[in-house]
Design a protein around this ligand. Sequence first.
Ligand code: COA
Length: 197
Amino acid sequence: MSLFECPSLVWQSFEIPPTTFKQGAQTPIHACHFIHTSDAERLQILAFRNHPATTAWMYNEHISLESHLHFIEQLRHNHNSAYYLFKQADKLLGVGSLTRIHPTHQHAFLGIYKNPDLEHVGGRILDALEFIAFFKMGLHSLHLEVIATNTRAIVFYQNHAYQRAGFLRDFIYRQDNYHDVWLFSKLSPLTPPHKGS
Ligand SMILES: CC(C)(COP(=O)(O)OP(=O)(O)OC[C@H]1O[C@@H](n2cnc3c(N)ncnc32)[C@H](O)[C@@H]1OP(=O)(O)O)[C@@H](O)C(=O)NCCC(=O)NCCS
């Protein structure tokens, strides 16, 4: 099933079986689409997003409660973006998103911010996000932008087989300075690479 055949996949939540993960394999992970989250979970998401360990690496720093709640509501009508709160047993692992989802080219951009109180959960979120993108939506490629000084994220994505694919010089203006951004990408294990690559 692809996004062409089933566009409503963009608004679904997913149960990700434990066998999908290289790490933390005991318990399934629930990817709860933001539009299906409770009021309390929405506040938790905002706390993760506005934590200094997260905002240091985001394009927009602080998000108000009003714009956060409005953002979640507009996702009900958004065909190109899906945001998930990842939960494992009673733990909120963090947030992963697929944006700029393109049903023709079968690509999307991903983003992650973990629960700042938990260590080493990024890999579980990334594995789950890839499961949704490649196995559920049938996408061919995933891409991401990362601020060039975000060494932790760069090491993390390289450890998960993302390859450097481009460079955006002075792409982001924050705190009176321009910042460079790296592009990384990964192809689906399910679709063959094109002939030229
Ligand atoms: C990026 C993020 C998702 C990674 O998840 P995580 O759970 O912290 O990742 P891990 O701990 O599994 O892996 C991080 C790796 O970076 C390494 N690392 C940490 N700090 C580092 C640093 N300053 N320099 C180099 N490597 C560093 C760790 O040792 C680890 O590598 P290893 O597994 O080979 O030991 C998470 O840190 C996060 O949400 N950060 C805030 C938001 C963010 O930056 N998102 C990405 C924007 S594109």
